[in-house]
Design a binder for this molecule. Structure first.
Ligand code: NI
Ligand code: MN
Length: 222
């Protein structure tokens, strides 16, 4: 599984010739290099309706004829705009041609105009490797249950504070999730979420967990 950071909370994930994009906030994202018109994917996963996550999902869905996978109300909002979609809800999983997606809880919000459904995170399994994208969320103790779902090869966790977990809580989240690799996200895009990712790295005491700080455009393999 190849995981590429596209800036903020956007990642592309590739395995065995299939590719998905998560939270494709590209236009208007000061950290993104990828252009929506250059995205070639089999699916678009969206955690919630805030503009810094929904982003260019509808345009990418239309151009690729790729379903938007996300919370029921949000996907229906996107379908009304011409996207294709696959609705899910918290706790559900589904086997797609590219892999399995399970929708997890996230403690956050989502705009009324995008349907006011629940925000979420995703557990994505492709070719036996599991990725956890937490979405925007505060810390919650059920992350220990998510950590028991199976070996999480890579976890993508917000550290920006103010709107989501900050560094201290993300360090606690790592203890519950016990991923092979953790990648911080949702920081330094805007001044209000400026953080030093090296402080996050320094706080991870479990030597079994590798911390990868990615710049936009950089990838890792798990
Ligand atoms: Ni948000
Ligand atoms: Mn956000």
């Amino acid at each position: 599984m190849k995981i590429t950071f596209e800036g903020h909370s956007c990642f592309t994930v590739e395995s065995n010739g299939k590719k998905v994009i998560i939270d494709p906030f590209l236009n208007g994202n000061p950290k993104a290099r990828l252009k929506p018109s250059d995205v070639k994917v089999d699916a678009v996963l969206v955690t919630h309706g805030h503009a810094d996550h929904l982003g260019d999902a509808v345009e990418i869905s239309k151009k690729n004829n790729a379903p938007i996978i996300g919370p029921y109300e949000l996907v229906n909002y996107c379908v009304a705009l011409g996207a294709t979609g696959h609705t899910m809800n918290i706790g559900g999983s589904y086997n797609f041609p590219f892999g399995k997606v399970k929708m997890t809880i996230a403690h956050h919000g989502t705009p009324a105009e995008t349907g006011a459904g629940n925000p979420c995170g995703f557990l994505i399994t492709m070719d036996g490797k599991m990725l956890y994208h937490a979405g925007d969320t505060g810390l919650f103790s059920d992350m220990s249950l998510i950590g028991q779902t199976g070996k999480i090869n890579c976890a993508l966790l917000p550290i920006g504070d103010n709107f989501t977990m900050g560094i201290e809580d993300a360090i606690v989240a790592v203890d519950m999730l016990r991923p092979g690799v953790v990648v911080p996200m949702h920081y330094n895009t805007f001044d209000i979420i400026n953080q030093d990712p090296e402080a996050f790295r320094a706080g991870i005491k479990d030597k079994a967990v590798k911390v990868e700080i990615l710049n936009p455009g950089e990838s890792l393999e798990v």
